[in-house]
Design a protein around this ligand. Structure first.
Ligand SMILES: [Cu+2]
Length: 170
């Protein structure tokens, strides 16, 4: 099973190339920014390409992201506002199942010197982007974790109450 998936993934990677992926994601970027879009932009079976934005109103444009188990996730966070990183910084942090969102959000306040990632809680964090100010962008790649529902959040002080959502692995 796994071997077959790998062969399939390799074949797709060879046949699709990068051009097709970029065309598809550009089409999605053209969608209205303020609309909450639950969908994931699935490029092929092996890679889920996701773009999520944060703005000056302290909001992500998605409150749900869905990917499939075994997929590689290529996630881009864009800060579409103009405010400074010190005032309205945003990151995208994927938490392990069972992680305490409020505890991490509160601990992050003390972690300014570590990009607002509390070092002693990194075992509850699967992956994260860097912190961005207005106009910034960061892309991360990771393997989708085991099927289940995870929480994503922004750990900038005070943001997690509004800036969190569900990351669902099917
Ligand atoms: Cu934020």
């Amino acid at each position: 099973m796994n071997k077959l998936v790998l062969v399939f993934a390799a074949a797709l990677a060879i046949s699709c190339g990068n051009n097709k992926k970029e065309e598809k994601s550009d089409m999605k970027i053209g969608a209205p920014v303020e609309q909450k879009t639950p969908a994931t932009e699935v490029v092929d079976d092996a890679v889920a390409t996701v773009t999520i934005t944060g703005n000056d109103q302290m909001k992500f444009n998605k409150d749900e992201i869905r990917v499939k188990a075994g997929q590689k996730v290529k996630l881009t966070l864009k800060h579409v506002g103009t405010m400074d990183i010190k005032v309205m910084g945003h990151n995208w942090v994927l938490l392990a199942q069972g992680a305490d969102v409020a505890a991490i959000g509160q601990a992050a306040v003390e972690a300014a010197d570590n990009d607002y990632i509390p070092a002693d809680m990194e075992d509850q964090i699967i992956v994260h982007t860097k912190m961005l100010g207005g106009g910034g962008s960061d892309t991360i790649e990771f393997e989708a974790p085991a099927p289940g529902t995870y929480t994503f959040m922004c750990t900038f002080p005070g943001h997690y109450a509004l800036m969190q959502g569900k990351f669902i692995v099917e």
